[in-house]
Design a protein around this ligand. Structure first.
Ligand code: ZN
Length: 178
């Protein structure tokens, strides 16, 4: 869906991109019809900043929307530091999933990352359910991942070598994530 802009990795950089007219956020093609004329179409807001408190907070974070001149449908674009449909960013999800992959329990991850057990369980189940699909697409892009001996080791390498967020940004071009 090309919803994730992998080159914008911080809320600071995202704010600068919005201020300079959204060109860095504008998709090259419409995700619905592949049309190449996309107009700025305002924004919606998300409470995506969980790091900066008080006056330094970026909340509410504006998410740029675009309107396709051909099919008249809209799309929005998220910086890498905001995960689609998730309250927590990719870095927190990666930390928890790495612990799960190394055999830690849901209870352990919940305590370690100060997260609700249901959240940890949801992420664990999400990766388990989507893994086959994700791995297929990642392997077709990165042949060297084929050498990973098993799926947990492959994810371990993906998270260390490209990070979960970048992997999801790539997968989001072919699939719907999460
Ligand atoms: Zn379109």
């Amino acid at each position: 869906m090309h919803r994730i802009v992998a080159s914008i990795i911080s809320l600071e950089a995202h704010a600068a991109a919005l201020e300079s007219g959204c060109d860095a956020l504008r998709p090259r093609n419409c995700p619905h019809c592949n049309g190449c004329i996309l107009w700025g179409h305002g924004c919606y807001h998300r409470k995506a900043d969980r790091e900066h408190g008080g006056g330094g907070s970026f909340n509410p974070v504006a998410i740029a929307r675009f309107l396709c001149a051909e099919c008249l449908r809209t799309c929005s674009r998220l910086p890498l530091c905001i995960a689609p449909r998730r309250w927590y960013n990719w870095a927190v999800q990666q930390l928890v999933l790495l612990l799960i992959l190394t055999g830690r329990s849901v209870n352990y991850c919940s305590g370690f990352a100060a997260l609700d057990r249901r959240t940890v369980r949801r992420w664990r189940d999400w990766l388990a359910q989507r893994s086959e699909d994700f791995v297929f697409h990642l392997r077709s892009r990165f042949a060297e991942l084929g050498r990973a001996p098993d799926t947990p080791m492959l994810w371990y390498r993906v998270m260390h070598e490209m990070t979960l967020g970048v992997a999801m940004a790539l997968l989001d071009q072919d699939l719907i994530v999460p």
